[in-house]
Design a protein around this ligand. Structure first.
Ligand code: ADP
Ligand code: MG
Length: 344
């Protein structure tokens, strides 16, 4: 039996021009970046896995480098970032910023306008008061008088808090304002990573930055499938959705960074109107779109969590092509009609 088998194999190779059969190959690379796990998954069908793997490794490394550059520019935690340069400049002074940052800040200003101020990229002093994303997680809320002082200073001037001039110069109004692009950075990083993967000839990839995800191409003969985290059951999936080519999904929730104090949950997405963590009735927001840029989508997930279901969905109507899946405090799911098909 065995010689016959081998003979068939040899004949098979001869008939197919001596090339081994093509097979499916999925590769996953994970790094810790932007304070979370970043995973790039690629998919191909190839008869030359070694050549593919070499090319894939280079492309994936370049995509990670592109995301690192976003962090380098936009992180408020890095002493040498452009955002830190802006934050350290005296208030009222014009600071020249690079194009990538102009794009982010411009989107942030637009998001702020569209969300009636719920999205606010200038909250750094308030975020510092709360202590979220410091190395040691906070355990109790700050002194309420400090929050009140911040609110008063914020509201006393009619001048815009952040001004972006056409010649790429930025100015912050006073000490109540500081840049924190945590609500936009992942969108920018996903844009950059996908652009690099495409340039490097990767036809099918999925990039996942801590649950914010963008798809390119397909996973073989089906679309990519992604899971949305359950907001209250750790390690549990709320639902799985299919992501077509060029589609992104972003999730913001009150469960990512939080503490419980005297039975009350305090989380890292702050409501600029109250100075406290958003209590809009929503505990998780996922937004989906197939726009070329993921930047506004990143902003929308944060904004909707602050706005709540009613106001949020009302405002979302002005943004074409964005669909949402919301989870309220009763753990009920509310979804817009065009949100991608759910797999259970
Ligand atoms: P995550 O980064 O956890 O995925 P988001 O994309 O919603 O969640 O961004 C939350 C981050 O955005 C916060 O950690 C903080 O840096 C910043 N942020 C907090 N509140 C707001 C707000 N109202 N508008 C804009 N950015 C915010
Ligand atoms: Mg966001």
């Amino acid at each position: 039996m065995r010689p016959f088998c081998c003979w068939l194999c040899v004949m098979g190779l001869l008939v197919s021009g001596c090339s081994p059969p093509a097979r499916d190959l999925e590769q996953t690379t994970t790094r810790l970046m932007m304070g979370t796990l970043v995973t790039i998954t690629t998919f191909t069908t190839t008869a030359q896995p070694q050549q593919w793997q070499e090319r894939e490794r280079q492309a994936v490394a370049a995509a990670f480098t592109a995301m690192e550059q976003v962090e380098q520019m936009a992180s408020r935690h890095r002493d040498d970032s452009d955002v830190t340069r802006v934050n350290n400049a005296p208030r009222g002074e014009l600071v020249v910023i690079p194009d990538g940052l102009v794009q982010m800040v411009r989107t942030g200003l637009e998001m702020s306008h569209r969300s009636g101020g719920a999205f606010d990229q200038g909250l750094l002093p308030l975020i510092r008061l709360w202590g979220f994303s410091e190395p040691l997680a906070p355990t109790h809320p700050p002194d309420p008088t400090a929050i009140q002082r911040w609110l008063t200073q914020r509201q006393q001037s009619q001048q815009p808090a952040i001004q972006l001039l056409p010649d790429a110069r930025l100015v912050l109004r006073d000490d109540s304002v500081g840049l924190d692009l945590g609500g936009l950075a992942k969108g920018s990083a996903l844009n950059r990573a996908l652009a690099v993967l495409q340039q490097q000839g990767i036809d099918h990839a999925l990039v996942n930055i801590g649950g914010d995800i963008r798809a390119h191409g397909r996973h073989g003969n089906r679309p990519w499938r992604v899971a949305i985290q359950h907001p209250r059951r750790e390690q549990h999936i709320l639902t799985t959705v299919e992501l077509g080519a060029g589609e992104s999904i972003f999730t913001s929730g009150d469960y990512e960074r939080f503490f419980i104090h005297e039975g009350q949950r305090y989380h890292h997405i702050l409501d600029p109107a109250t100075g406290f963590p958003a209590r809009s009735g929503l505990i998780s927001v996922s937004v989906w779109s197939r726009h070329d840029s993921s930047l506004p989508l990143d902003g929308w997930s944060t904004a909707l969590l602050v706005l709540g279901a009613e106001r949020g969905l009302e405002m979302l109507r002005s943004a074409t092509g964005i669909e949402a899946l919301l989870v309220n405090e009763q753990e009920e799911i509310i979804r817009t009609a065009g949100f991608p098909a759910i797999q259970r």
